[in-house]
Design a protein around this ligand. Structure first.
Ligand code: PLP
Length: 367
């Protein structure tokens, strides 16, 4: 065990996926082939929306969703200070202005902070179901309705996460998923999906991803090259078949960590399953005292843990330069960035490995 390196995540590419990829390459158009349409139908069915439109990345899903929601230059969109930078970059790509809110003790956009940030220019809210933990969608949707704002969910990390018996990605006007290689499911390359119940928006995304072209050689809006490749869709279909099983496995691993680590006072474990929220545990994010030392100790013992994310988005150099943000403006996000680290979690992580990781954490704090 001591010699075996435990990675933070482990993407799966099996024989069935390999065969699906080869079959698609040999038999379908490389671009917008049959697998793309089938993947979209199956993904919509899994999430529980009427439509799903695939695109070339999670970032493009967010960007095109904002354009489809008719975001105009300088319109403001409220989002979380603690996320991957793609969330707020997508607002800038759409020529809008990201307005950041601090987080609650579940790592997520704090609905109590949102009303303080609403101005005449606010057009939308972009909650992020970070690490696979669903945001308080009822509260967020109530605020949105009261102020006539759209909600676009960033579901890049939340495939399979459930809020009040429905999947994340069904609560907003649109939900945006990423299939980057370490996500809960991947297309073994970049890819993304927009889910929605609105037919007109689904159609707009289809136009936007394909240079606004319909019918052939007629361009009615300015669009992009942002399609998902057929070969990636073919792999995605197989991955999607396994996704429910993988999510269950992630939940079982999380339960094991809860049991083995509940007595370690120096760490705070992530929010657990409740009747309202069923996380999908894209990451098993703990808050740890002496985080950097623990990380080093685990690495010395061949356990590779990562930090998501060491710097809140507003404190990134480019955001400070563009918007004049300063340390101290988002204290909860700042605290998280200094304490957060994720323990390895992926389908196939063995019981003995989970025990070994937990033992090493106990060992570190008992030294
Ligand atoms: C929260 C969040 N939003 C957006 C993205 C962007 O997705 P992609 O990397 O597929 O562009 C990611 C993933 O990397 C993410 O974690």
């Amino acid at each position: 065990m001591e010699d075996e390196v435990i990675p933070p995540a482990k993407p799966i590419f099996n024989k069935e996926m390999e065969e699906a990829a080869i079959h698609a390459l040999r038999n379908e158009h490389f671009i917008l082939g049959e697998s793309v349409h089938k993947f979209e139908e199956e993904f919509a069915r899994y999430i529980g929306t009427k439509h799903a439109v695939s695109v070339s990345s999670g970032t493009n899903a967010l960007h095109l969703a904002l354009l489809a929601a008719d975001l105009k230059p300088d319109d403001e969109v409220i989002t979380s200070a603690s996320s991957y930078i793609a969330t707020s970059n997508s607002i800038l790509h759409a020529n809008g202005k990201p307005v950041f809110c601090d987080i609650n003790n579940e790592y997520l956009l704090d609905p109590r902070e949102i009303p303080k940030k609403i101005t005449k220019k606010t057009q939308g809210i972009m909650p992020v179901h970070l690490y696979g933990h669903p945001c308080d969608m009822d509260e967020i949707n109530d605020i949105a309705e009261e102020h006539d704002l759209f909600v676009i969910e960033d579901c890049a990390q939340s495939h399979g996460a459930v809020y009040k018996n429905k999947m994340t990605g069904t609560y907003g006007l649109m939900g945006c998923f990423s299939f980057y290689s370490t996500k809960n499911m991947t297309v073994c390359g970049d890819g993304g999906m927009v889910t929605t119940n609105n037919e007109e928006l689904a159609w707009k995304i289809k136009l936007l991803r394909n240079h606004g072209q319909h019918p052939k050689d007629v361009h009615t809006i300015i669009g992009y090259t942002a399609r998902l490749n057929t070969v990636n869709a073919a792999i995605g279909r197989v991955q999607l078949k396994y996704l429910p099983k993988w999510i269950e496995e992630r939940r079982e691993i999380a339960e094991k960590y809860y049991k083995l680590l509940k007595d370690v006072e120096e760490i705070t474990l992530p929010p657990r399953d409740t009747n309202t929220k069923k996380p999908s545990y894209h990451l098993f994010e703990i808050k740890a005292q002496r985080r950097d030392e623990l990380l080093k100790y685990l690495r010395e013992n061949n356990i590779i843990c990562l930090i998501h994310y060491p710097t809140p988005i507003p404190y990134q150099p480019i955001y400070k330069q563009l918007f004049d943000y300063k340390e101290g403006m988002f204290p909860e996000s700042e605290k998280l960035s200094k304490q957060a680290m994720d323990l390895p979690i992926f389908p196939g992580l063995r019981e003995d490995q989970i025990k070994y990781i937990s033992e090493k954490i106990h060992e570190f704090y008992n030294r």
